[in-house]
Design a protein. Structure first.
Length: 274
């Protein structure tokens, strides 16, 4: 019969052994453990290992499997889903992402809060969305991800809309909200699709500068456009997580949470294992 000390050593070995590439390492867990909800002082202590819950959620985002197809060693899928919805309501995934973003910027020798960013959008199919739209330019029925990233490609803000919402309208919603999270942001770069009167007027009213970076008329074929290319790399980072290749979520808050799960995991790994 195993002693308590033996079981403890085996549990520690199991935590150090990564079963999946998406699992939290010990270094990553040490940086986010304090952000998770504390157990109540009254009543029975929960028997759920929150680290395993996060591992399960990251596995879902990386593999794009269904909740009912979750491997059994993560525990009952109903329990994992209950904790996932609780974390979404508490904005935990966004908090982890933003903290990791600031740490990553500081580690790169930059200020924690950015002063410049890039605007762009991505249209993806959304087969289960409650409300969808048709993007005539991309010829896709689904949702549109309006994003702002810093000048290195880290995600600052995402605004999800039906695909028929214009880039300019989606960017206006970002301008309304982004100052509360990143108070020093002043300068934004964008392509010609954002050169619209309403957006420019709102940017001036909110004390933003939106600079339009246009493609050179002399360029032929594919050409890397300064400032704008970093956001395309961000979209490339997103779709490495299979659940983000399409928008499989019915609710907007759940879809946004999955984006923060993926991008937060990328930044957290970079910070913990620099």
């Amino acid at each position: 019969m195993w002693t308590r000390e033996t079981r403890s050593r085996m549990a520690e070995l199991g935590r150090k052994t990564k079963r999946y590439p998406s699992d939290l390492t010990d270094e990553e867990w040490a940086r986010i453990e304090r952000l998770l909800p504390k157990p109540s002082r009254r009543g029975r202590r929960p028997a759920v290992d929150l680290r395993e819950v996060l591992n399960a959620i990251r596995y879902m985002a990386r593999s794009a499997g269904g909740w009912r197809m979750l491997p059994v060693h993560f525990g009952p899928w109903q329990t994992v889903y209950w904790w996932f919805r609780r974390f979404v309501r508490r904005l935990l995934f966004r908090t982890i992402h933003d903290v990791a973003l600031m740490l990553d910027r500081e580690a790169a020798g930059r200020e924690a809060s950015p002063t410049g960013g890039v605007l762009d959008s991505q249209t993806v199919k959304a087969p289960f969305a409650e409300v969808r739209g048709f993007d005539g330019g991309k010829r896709i029925v689904g949702r549109k991800r309006h994003v702002a990233v810093d000048t290195d490609g880290r995600l600052l803000m995402v605004n999800l809309t039906p695909a028929d919402v214009s880039d300019s309208a989606g960017a206006q919603a970002i301008l309304d909200a982004i100052r509360k999270r990143w108070p020093w942001l002043k300068h934004l770069f964008a392509d010609a699709g954002y050169d619209r009167t309403k957006l420019m007027e709102k940017a001036a009213f909110l004390d933003f500068v939106v600079e339009i970076i246009r493609r050179s008329e002399k360029a032929t074929g594919f050409a890397v456009i300064p400032r704008r290319w970093v956001v395309e790399r961000t979209f490339g980072w997103m779709i490495r997580w299979r659940r983000l290749v399409r928008d499989y979520e019915k609710r907007l808050d759940v879809s946004e949470a999955m984006i923060h799960v993926a991008m937060g995991a990328l930044l957290l790994r970079r910070v913990a294992h620099r």
